[in-house]
Design a protein around this ligand. Structure first.
Ligand code: ADP
Ligand code: MG
Length: 296
């Protein structure tokens, strides 16, 4: 079966800096794929290329057999590719359900807006259930916890019924309970969508990931199951020596005023691995959340 997303020989260069080098990457329909790698590995850049935000220097990117190269962002969205950003995009003054409603309708023709019934669109009602925010449906999004806000963003994607969802560090900064819930949510969403999730936290991966792709310095380092990836000496080397590094970011204290969890800024700490009790000492590939490569 042909892959839903097929990337070959991808190179992305920013002012002479190679952010992605000779990357081959493909994802089949129905997969829940995890994408990991130290800060600066090129994960967000890869998503930016798929969604048309960044133009590659060379290489091919095709979705369901169509080339995405040179295609405008809104057309790529219309083909059925949705993404979240590392920064939040919910409207804080609107209620949860209004945010979902807006996401469900804002690309629809004006006629469908005019003929809108009162009450919930079926897609909105279903999304509310999936993201577990039924009880908060009429509350302003501004009161949501960081985790709930991430779920709302995922809900705002799924109401648009994309075929491929690209989620950039959805669990960064979440509490342990929120992570757990998010893992379940991702598995539910993956039942009828293809999903690519960027995540650092190995504990989370072990619980919820099947196939993992590891990027390092813009290259594909390894692809396989969580166990295979963790056992790989190259992967261990990338993360080795950082196990004892203090992780400064505090999970749960994320995003005051829209700070970017896990952003690519040099030296920035990634909250992903700072789960209390989440790190098992003695596993070399454990500290996947280290930010030591941030200055790349
Ligand atoms: P990741 O998401 O894996 O942490 P990114 O894809 O954000 O990494 O970044 C990969 C590398 O490319 C980093 O070194 C980053 O600084 C650089 N980079 C990303 N976007 C830009 C840009 N617009 N201009 C210049 N450099 C960039
Ligand atoms: Mg990133």
């Amino acid at each position: 079966m042909a892959a839903l997303l097929e990337i070959r020989g991808l190179n992305v260069v920013f002012d002479g800096f190679r952010a992605v080098t000779d990357l081959d990457f493909s994802v089949h329909s129905g997969e829940l794929r995890f994408l990991i790698g130290p800060n600066g590995a090129g994960k967000t850049t890869l998503i930016d290329v798929i969604t048309g935000l960044t133009r590659p220097a060379s290489g091919s990117v095709s979705f369901d057999g169509r080339s995405l190269i040179g295609m405008r962002e809104h057309r790529i969205v219309r083909l059925g590719i949705g993404r979240t950003f590392q920064t939040s995009v919910v409207f804080e003054k609107l209620t949860v359900v209004e945010n979902l409603d807006l996401a469900a309708t804002f690309r629809k023709p004006i006629t469908s807006l005019l003929t809108r019934r009162r009450g919930l669109l079926p897609a909105v009602a279903a999304a509310l259930e999936t993201i577990d925010l039924v009880d908060l449906a009429d509350q302003p999004a501004g009161i949501l916890s960081h985790g709930q806000r991430q779920w709302l963003e995922i809900g705002m994607l799924i109401v648009q019924q994309p075929r491929l969802l690209l989620l950039d560090e959805p669990v960064a900064g979440m509490s342990r309970a929120e992570r757990e819930r998010t893992g379940e949510l991702l598995q539910a969403v993956a039942k009828d969508h293809t999903v690519i999730v960027i995540e650092h936290d190995m504990d989370f991966l072990r619980r919820f990931a099947n196939k993992v792709t590891v990027l390092h310095e813009g290259r594909l380092l390894r692809e396989g199951t969580v166990a295979e990836v963790q056992a790989d000496p190259k992967v261990q080397e990338v993360y080795l020596g950082r196990a004892k590094e203090p992780v400064e970011a505090v999970p749960g204290g994320a995003s005051p005023g829209g700070a970017v969890p896990g952003g690519a800024s040099p030296g920035e700490a990634v909250p992903g691995g700072a789960v209390p009790g989440g790190a098992e000492s003695g596993t070399p590939a454990e500290p996947m959340a280290s930010s030591g490569k941030g200055g790349l």
